[in-house]
Design a protein around this ligand. Sequence first.
Ligand SMILES: Nc1ncnc2c1ncn2[C@@H]1O[C@H](COP(=O)(O)OP(=O)(O)OP(=O)(O)O)[C@@H](O)[C@H]1O
Length: 307
Amino acid sequence: MIEVHDLTKRYGDKTAVDGITFTVKPGIVTGFLGPNGAGKSTTMRMILGLDRPTAGTATVNGRPYADHPDPLHQAGALLDAKAVHTGRSARHHLLALAATTGIPTSRVDEVIDIVGLRQVARKRVGGFSLGMGQRLGIAAALLGDPEVVILDEPTNGLDPEGVLWIRNLMRDLAADGRTVFVSSHLMSEMALTAEHLVVIGRGRLIADTSVTGFVEQGAQERVRVRSPRATELRDLITGPEVTVYSVERGLFEVTGLAAAEIGDRAARAGIPLHELTVVRPSLEEAFMELTRDSVEYHSSTLTGAAR
Ligand SMILES: Nc1ncnc2c1ncn2[C@@H]1O[C@H](COP(=O)(O)OP(=O)(O)OP(=O)(O)O)[C@@H](O)[C@H]1O
């Protein structure tokens, strides 16, 4: 369990994390989502005691991480997969970590097997692909058989096979009853992996919800209506709760009125319908909608797409 309460981090006059409160529960994968620069890494570093909060608290299994007598059994993390001594073999890298933290050699071989690096365990890390480096970073995170696993953008730069592997691993770790907290700036990735989402933007908490709750909160269902008598039909369906957007000539989208009601009104007026489709917002759209005001640097295409 991770508990974050009113956590704040300021760097000079820049507020990277701004009074956020949330809990990450065991047994499920919780996605930590936000645009670049939202404050995800800073939050994770504070949870792990690597950065000191300006205000507020972060605890792992009931205590600040650094106060645990057996921290590596409490939480393991992958923060920056490239921070490995490249001259060593993978096994030596893990043995060195194990030796300084009182973890037996047998556990090193176990984690090498868990992450599927046995074939290359004696090769120098300098020659590793990004995916192999990522597996090694995860092996290091799992060394202490931790109850809490924290992964910062673990799928960044991986090929589809690597992404799938990490996704399955996270699910397996959660199914074991562990707390799995994983950051990403990609909603689509989190939708496939996480059951719960903590969403931040510009250091502030935007949502703390199930994946399905997130979509409902983030964007409304729309109905796409195509008719050769679109203008007449529009007049029949406008109302205080109803919003109509023109898409192109003869095609518009409606929020606030069910498809069946639109169809019935068209039928009563004898207006032909060439299309009547319910459009459910994708997770990516819901995410863009929710974080629209909190993206640090808008690209013109992103701004365009979000509007
Ligand atoms: N050591 C630091 N000194 C000054 N500003 C910092 C420092 N670390 C982070 N920041 C700033 O704090 C904000 C949050 O950064 P952080 O790395 O936590 O975001 P993030 O959500 O992890 O983003 P990304 O996905 O880009 O890594 C950013 O504006 C960043 O520039």
